[in-house]
Design a protein around this ligand. Structure first.
Ligand code: GDP
Ligand code: MG
Length: 375
């Protein structure tokens, strides 16, 4: 494969490009990460990793990251694009009201308006305003957001930054702003606790303007909403503003292509086996689909929505709990669909094998490092 370089090979072999360059150096080939390599060199390297280059280098179907990315690309030029609900993460300083807001949304905007009762805890849920849906990730806080991002999972479209009107900008407020900005995700400011006597939204706004969150009144384009998560004051307005922001972003997806998604949370359930909360991002996921999720595989056996109802299919931005995987994937793992179960199985098994091998190699490296340290 003329044109492949250490970076491509690293991706293919699930190794850091620097490691590939180093390995090649050990094999007597001087190269950098971008220089394209000839067939012999590639085969030499592949053999070093115990892989048959002929079968491997051409098409690596076990590289689900690439399959996932291709699906994202494919959707951009699709003729079947439809609007999809925005996916929202709530962030902010501790005690500023993130959980209270999530709880209020879950209870007032789901169970009151729709039959089906209390929502399940499935890592995310959808709220309806008029005839439109908004998906909220149910793990407030920054660790979940950064973990997702660190693993290349960019699932959040909009961040709602909760700032208590009686406390103002605090360290984690700033941290949240940094996270959202580096992820290039727009922020909607929700100034919370407006029911508290000492509430001073003007002061909070002035503080936030220093971080370039300029409200429209001051010539900027950041949406501000004053709310009380406790009393519910203006919470509908907040939802309205989220929808407005999402209209500006023109969030679309192609429900007709093969489904891809990301794991929000996963666990082992007694009786049901591996259970994974998946956010579907493109396409439509069906019961029975052969899937690979991270290093696990299977067929979608059951799908449950956020109201605890069994569903047969899940469309973009919809969170569902699925069963049917052979093992428990990790949060931020990607889901892709294959044509048949046999392929899904072999890809899943190969990925699990590769993960195990990487783990062993890491252990070896650590041991060697320790050895050198003591010398
Ligand atoms: P989190 O740490 O950001 O998740 O904050 P919580 O949702 O746990 O809220 C912290 C405290 O603030 C709790 O005692 C809430 O009841 C209270 N709280 C949250 N929102 C409001 C609000 O709008 N008004 C008032 N008065 N209290 C609130
Ligand atoms: Mg909380």
């Amino acid at each position: 494969e003329e044109g492949m370089n250490a970076q491509d090979l690293g991706k293919l072999l699930h190794r850091e490009p620097a490691e590939i360059v180093k390995k090649l150096f050990m094999l007597g080939v001087m190269t950098n990460q971008n220089q394209s390599l000839d067939k012999d060199t590639i085969e030499l390297l592949a053999a070093e990793y115990g892989i048959n280059a002929e079968q491997k280098v051409h098409e690596d179907i076990s590289d689900i990251d690439t399959i996932y990315e291709k699906q994202i690309e494919a959707s951009k030029n699709s003729k079947n694009l439809v609007d999809r609900p925005p996916v929202v993460t709530i962030m902010g300083h501790v005690d500023h009201g993130k959980t209270t807001l999530l709880d209020r949304l879950r209870h007032t905007h789901i169970s009151a308006h729709e039959a089906g009762g209390i929502t399940q805890k499935i890592g995310a849920y959808q709220v309806r305003l008029d005839d439109r849906l908004i998906t909220f990730l149910d793990t407030p806080g920054h660790a979940a957001f950064s973990n997702m991002r660190a693993r290349g999972a960019e699932v959040t479209d909009i961040v709602v930054l909760v700032v208590a009107a009686d406390d103002g900008v605090m360290p984690q407020t700033i941290e949240a702003i940094d996270h959202a900005k580096s992820a290039n995700v727009p922020i909607i400011v929700a100034i919370n606790k407006m029911d508290v006597p000492g509430a001073n939204p003007q002061h909070v706004t002035e503080q936030l303007m220093k971080y370039n969150l300029i409200p429209e009144d001051y010539g900027g384009d950041t949406i501000y909403v004053n709310i009380s998560a406790k009393t519910g004051e203006n919470v509908d307005d907040l939802l309205q503003m989220i929808l407005l922001q999402s209209d500006v972003m023109e969030l679309k997806a192609d429900p007709k292509q093969k489904a891809i998604g990301t794991v929000i949370e996963a666990r082992l359930s007694r009786g049901r086996g591996s259970v994974a909360d998946i956010l579907v991002q493109e396409g439509t996921l069906h019961v029975g689909d052969p899937i690979v999720v991270g290093n696990t595989f299977g067929r979608v056996r059951t799908m449950t929505n956020d109201r605890g109802r069994q569903v047969k299919k899940a469309t973009p931005s919809m969170p569902v709990e699925i069963t049917g995987l052979n093992d428990v994937p990790e949060s931020a793992d990607k889901l892709v669909v294959f044509d048949d179960e046999k392929t899904a199985r072999s890809v899943g098994e190969e990925r699990a094998q590769q993960a195990l091998q990487r783990q062993r190699e890491n252990v070896t490296h650590v041991t060697l490092d320790n050895l050198f340290d003591t010398m």
